[in-house]
Each structure stands twice: as C-alpha cells, then as structure tokens.
Ligand binder design. Structure first.
Ligand code: ZN
Length: 225
C-alpha cells in the first residue's frame, strides 16, 4: 500500500457539494465530477492503485474507493456526507474483477474487500509502516487487525495475480541496481545511495509500481522506524 497524500478537492466536487447539501455519492454524482476526482487521484497517487500498488494505465480505469478506517482521528459515525469527502477517497484498481468467471479468492483490493471496514489508514505514514514484507515478497503485519486488512480483506498476497512474486522481483531489481552502482565503493557511498533512493521514493514521491517493498527494505537498512 502507498501513503496517500490528498490535495485540495477538485473545484467541481466543491461546487457540487455546496449546491447539493443532501447529495448521495451512490446516486447523485455527475460524471464530470467523477472524472475530475479520478484524474486528480491518479496524479496524486502517481498512477498506482492505493492498495496493491499496481500501475493503473489510465484515470478512466481507476475506481473510486471510499476508505474510512475504523475511527479515523477519533471520528465515530459514518455519515452520508463523508462519502463526498475527498479526503477519504482512494483510487484503486479493479482487483481482477473484470476477468470473466473469476473466483472470489482471486480478486483483490476493493473488489475483494466489499464493505468490510479497515483498521489501516492509507493517509497515515505510521499506519502504513506497520506493513511488513517477508523474504518471499508476501505482505503481513505484527498488528493483528492490520494483518487481517492486508492478507484477508484486501487479499494482497493473491497467488492468481502473483503479487508476492512480483514484489520480490521488484525488490531484487532495485537491490541489483544499487549493488551495481556502488560496486567497489565505500560503505559510506552505499549508505548515501540508500538514503538518496529513500528520499526520492518517500520525500519526492517518485513512486513506482510495488515500491512499498523497497521502501520497507530501505527503512530496515537505514533504521528508520
Ligand atoms: Zn489494486
């Protein structure tokens, strides 16, 4: 999963909310507002699905997901207005649900989640840092609730989509790149390259598909917690 940083809501959404105080996301949203939401999320998320981190080729095939973690920032009630709140919207993939006859266990992300509530908060860096990666590229967490979110609710170790294998190979490629670049150089130079890579991914947000596993590995190496 990526840490999602939301900017200001699109102007068309703001205008729509102000004009329709009782609007319901499910039935009332005009297509041009949905289009603006998708496009902005796609850019803010660097074309990645917020859950599985696959690349989404076009904003038109990005799904708008309403993610309200359980009691985010002390909020208790879900209300209709919240469904129009840009700060809880996530751009996600179709989670394999467009495949004909796909089995439920082969779906991921929102398509697998349904209406199950999440504990993890994709807008909170510390929450995302509770995600760990095993050597085989599978995802887990020491926090039992978050572990359930990622392994069961969102099905992020889906074998049908080879998610763990893909993550492992993304990490291997990055490790090979760093090794090659720092060949014959001092330990300080290696640390510098690790720091540079981390800063590019996390601070500059040059996010690449499945880079969560790289970020997690760099945090371990650089002792960032
Ligand atoms: Zn996804």
């Amino acid at each position: 999963m990526i840490v999602v940083k939301r900017g200001k809501e699109p102007n068309s959404l703001l205008k729509f909310r102000k004009q329709h105080l009782d609007a319901d996301y499910e039935t009332d949203m005009p297509t041009d507002v949905l289009k603006d939401i998708r496009e902005q999320m796609w850019e803010e998320q660097k074309c990645l699905c917020a859950y599985c981190m696959r690349k989404i080729d076009d904003p038109r095939v990005m799904r708008i997901e309403h993610c309200r973690p359980r009691h985010p920032q002390g909020e208790k009630e879900h209300d209709r207005k919240a469904t129009l709140d840009f700060k809880w919207m996530l751009g996600v993939c179709y989670g394999n649900s467009l495949e004909k006859g796909v089995k439920p266990e082969d779906k991921t992300c929102d398509a697998h989640r349904g209406n199950t509530e999440l504990t993890i908060n994709p807008f909170d860096e510390l929450s995302i840092r509770k995600i760990k990666y095993s050597a085989d590229g599978s995802i887990c967490s020491d926090d039992p609730e978050i572990n359930k979110d990622v392994t069961e609710t969102l099905n992020l170790n889906c074998q049908a989509l080879s998610l763990p294998q893909t993550r492992r190979s993304v990490l291997q490629k990055e490790q090979e790149r760093i090794l090659k670049k720092c060949k014959g150089k001092s330990q300080d130079a290696v640390i510098h390259e690790l720091e540079r890579t981390y800063s590019s991914l996390v601070q500059e947000r040059n996010l690449t598909p499945y880079c969560g596993i790289i970020i997690s590995w760099l945090e371990k190496k650089l002792k960032i917690s």
